[in-house]
Design a protein around this ligand. Structure first.
Ligand code: ADP
Ligand code: MG
Length: 236
């Protein structure tokens, strides 16, 4: 594949000490390449969220490096980290994390670095299937699938270098979840967006270009899917 956008080098995250030491990430190294969909697969507690949060600049490692375009973010001060999170990273959470007092459109606009780009809010919501009246509704007036679409638009609108998704279908029923995966796959295929999806649901891995399996904070397997399946054909 193409050049490495993100390089993870010997990443470690430890909690506690002595007998209660937990190695949430135990010396992890891998690259993420431009334009790929990478799935990080593993059971609950294997370190997926910890890893994604560190890549997203929301948590710091005990040791190791995270390089985006060759620049190590692990030594960033607060101000640089905030800028990194705001401009470079799009984050999609299991429970959407929308601001309840803002409409869909306002939630999406919040993530734009510049106010003069406000028109991109409507455009991006249309792209995720929430045109017209929907975009003026509040999260509480929307279904889970619709809220996740808003959160995808919020991640997309700012032109992030990489989109990180932590169990993006974890709170949705199968059918709605599959629709969300179709949308994510479409975004990678049509826009060349780079995306990392974390999941414990094995069949989801078949839609990825590459799959890295984690266990107890370690990488136990890496696999390239020569022919990723269409998200609409995933069964789980
Ligand atoms: P996953 O997302 O794969 O379910 P996590 O990254 O949430 O896994 O957690 C990995 C391990 O680190 C688990 O054993 C979890 O209990 C532990 N862990 C996560 N966050 C903390 C924390 N703040 N303090 C102590 N242990 C933690
Ligand atoms: Mg998790």
């Amino acid at each position: 594949m193409s050049e490495a956008l993100l390089e993870i080098k010997n990443l470690k995250k430890y909690y506690g000490k002595g007998d209660s030491l937990v190695k949430a990430l135990d010396d992890i190294s891998f690259n993420v390449y431009k334009g790929e969909m990478l799935v990080l697969l593993g059971n609950s507690g294997c370190g997926k969220s910890t890893l994604l949060n560190i890549i997203g600049g929301m948590d710091s490692p005990t040791d190791g490096q995270v390089l985006l375009n060759g620049e190590d973010i692990t030594h960033y001060k607060d101000k640089e980290l905030t800028k990194y999170r705001k401009e470079k990273i799009g984050f999609i959470f299991q429970f959407y994390n929308l601001l309840p007092d803002l409409t869909a459109l306002e939630n999406v606009r919040m993530s734009l670095p510049k106010k003069d780009e406000n028109h991109l809010g409507e455009k991006t919501l249309e792209l995720v299937g929430l045109g017209d009246k929907k975009m003026h509704q509040y999260p509480s007036q929307m279904s889970g699938g619709e809220q996740q679409r808003v959160s995808i638009a919020r991640a997309l609108v700012k032109g992030a270098e990489i989109i990180l998704c932590d169990e993006p279908t974890g709170a949705l029923d199968d059918k709605t979840g599959r629709k969300i995966l179709e949308l994510l796959q479409d975004i990678v295929r049509k826009q060349g967006q780079t995306m990392v999806i974390v999941t414990h649901t094995t069949p989801i891995a078949d839609m990825a270009n590459r799959v890295i399996t984690l266990k107890n904070g370690k990488i136990i397997k890496e696999k390239v899917n020569e022919k990723p399946i269409d998200a609409k054909d995933i069964e789980w």
